[in-house]
Write a protein that binds this ligand. Structure first.
Ligand SMILES: [Zn+2]
Length: 148
């Protein structure tokens, strides 16, 4: 599937000064999120103000690139025609280990079914010529919901 994703003709992310550090990290295979220096919460999507305490003292930090699948949907009729060749793909909400939730393309591990609660790991993937922070189910990882 990842070879097919590379050749899609789909719109890319909107890169602005606020989101540039995130996309630069993804390009190099890393996942970063903002962390509030006022209250300590991790934040995603990128913002100018912390949604928890309204501080504007935010820093970019490395994220583990791991999380748990909170919900997902299999898309059979994409909203954009560029995604039609990949139809049947999965989009899901990933609760990152650091706390924030991220919407992402989900790649199943082989032929295994995707389930809510699955442990996932970031798998930077070339989608339409751009690296995106896609997540892949990882049956070898401990189910993060069961972790203490
Ligand atoms: Zn804060």
């Amino acid at each position: 599937m990842t070879d097919a994703l590379k050749n899609l003709t789909v719109p890319g992310p909107t890169m602005i000064a606020l989101t540039e550090p995130f996309w630069q990290a993804v390009e190099s295979g890393r996942l970063t999120v903002q962390k509030c220096n006022g209250c300590g919460h991790h934040i995603f999507y990128p913002r100018a103000l912390c949604p928890h305490c309204w501080s504007n003292d935010l820093s970019w930090v490395e994220a583990a690139g791991t999380g748990t699948l909170k919900s997902f949907s299999q898309v059979h009729r994409p909203a954009h025609p560029g995604w039609v060749p990949a139809a049947g793909y999965i989009v899901g909400l990933v609760v990152l280990t650091e706390g924030p939730t991220m919407l992402s393309l989900i790649l199943p591990h082989g032929d295994q079914a995707v389930n809510v609660g699955d442990a996932v790991r970031m798998h930077p993937t070339n989608v339409g010529g751009r690296m995106l922070p896609v997540f892949k189910t990882t049956p070898d990882m401990e189910n993060l919901e069961d972790a203490p």
